[in-house]
Design a protein around this ligand. Structure first.
Ligand SMILES: Nc1ncnc2c1ncn2[C@@H]1O[C@H](COP(=O)(O)OP(=O)(O)OP(=O)(O)O)[C@@H](O)[C@H]1O
Length: 304
């Protein structure tokens, strides 16, 4: 497994990492999330040896991670790094050779990835003639070409269209199923929630929450009620006991049984039975139930 222990990094007076520890097991897909500037890129750069840590250690299979082992890692850096004037297929193949593949394997593997990532029509084009999203796909092909033992990807999904997101998600899930530890950073929390076995939330250089989404959810003490009411007078929800998390007057989506206008309220109730009584007094209750917080809500709560 890939282990980071007590990573510290300063830039002058800025503390970028303040003792980051995390573990990614074989076959685990780990989503690394945090606000802008929280320390994700710095952590990944240290793992890949692009930056040195001031303190702490990165271990792979129980040993301090060195140059040779890193060559077998697949890395997608934040700053990206492709040859602008090299053709797509040539480029992917070239990186395959650099990663240690023989000529025939590099060609075969490059063609398979190019097809998988939807680049077949562009395989003969120079990279700098591609759209940003397509350049991103090439960058991913380059990170994946040599069948890496570990994948470290800095915002691999940013800028991809939904079809490319699905293609990449499929490739990563396959690599994980083959036993590869996968760590990627993302601001797309719905995607992280859907794909990842575990999630780490970093805030100002410290890991503030880590575990499966279910574990993070269980830590969340504030239980939310979702209430949908039709036919209520405006302002009824203001009388509900507790803290209103969201309140939508006439949400845009139709609700089953909806006759037109309806109100949806998410509430951390001080008294759920009183909330039910007030809701049914106000109008017709279409929905009244406990709501599981999504990763986005957990994230807001943890980094607040
Ligand atoms: N080369 C540098 N010189 C000075 N400060 C830096 C440098 N690189 C990063 N930092 C600082 O280190 C902190 C962590 O930055 P980092 O890029 O790791 O965050 P991040 O979580 O990847 O953010 P984002 O989501 O915006 O990509 C920030 O305060 C950033 O300003």
């Amino acid at each position: 497994m890939l282990e980071m222990e007590g990573l510290e990094k300063r830039y002058g007076d800025t503390v970028a990492l303040d003792g980051v520890s995390l573990t990614v097991r074989p076959g685990e897909m780990f989503g690394f999330v945090g606000a802008n500037g929280a320390g994700k890129t710095t952590t990944m750069r240290i793992v890949m040896g692009v930056l040195g840590a001031d303190a702490g250690q990165v271990r792979w299979k129980g040993r301090p991670l060195g140059h040779d082992a890193r060559r077998r890692f697949g890395y997608m850096p934040e700053e990206r790094g492709l040859y602008a004037k090299m053709r797509v297929a040539e480029q992917v193949e070239y990186f395959g050779r650099l990663g240690g593949l023989g000529a025939a394997d590099a060609r075969r593997s490059a063609e398979a990835l190019i097809e998988r990532l939807g680049l077949t029509g562009r395989r003969g084009d120079d990279v700098d003639t591609l759209s940003l999203g397509n350049q991103q796909r090439v960058q991913l092909a380059v990170a994946l070409i040599h069948d890496p033992e570990v994948l470290v990807l800095d915002e691999p999904f940013s800028g991809l269209d939904p079809i490319a997101v699905d293609a990449l998600a499929g490739v990563l899930a396959e690599r994980a199923a083959a036993g590869v530890p996968v760590i990627f950073s993302s601001h797309q929390l719905d995607l992280v929630e859907r794909l990842c076995d575990s999630v780490g939330i970093i805030k100002a250089g410290r890991m503030v929450a880590m575990g499966t989404v279910a574990e993070l959810r269980a830590r969340e003490s504030r239980k939310r009620l979702r209430i949908v009411v039709t036919g209520a007078e405006p302002g009824w929800a203001d009388r509900l006991p507790g803290e209103i998390v969201t309140k939508n007057d006439r949400p845009p989506l139709a609700h089953p049984g909806d006759q037109g206008r309806y109100d949806e309220v998410v509430l951390v109730p001080a008294d759920d039975q009183e909330a039910l009584r007030l809701a049914s007094q106000a109008g017709r209750v279409q929905h009244f139930g406990w709501q599981e917080p999504g990763l986005a809500e957990i994230f807001r709560e943890v980094v607040a």
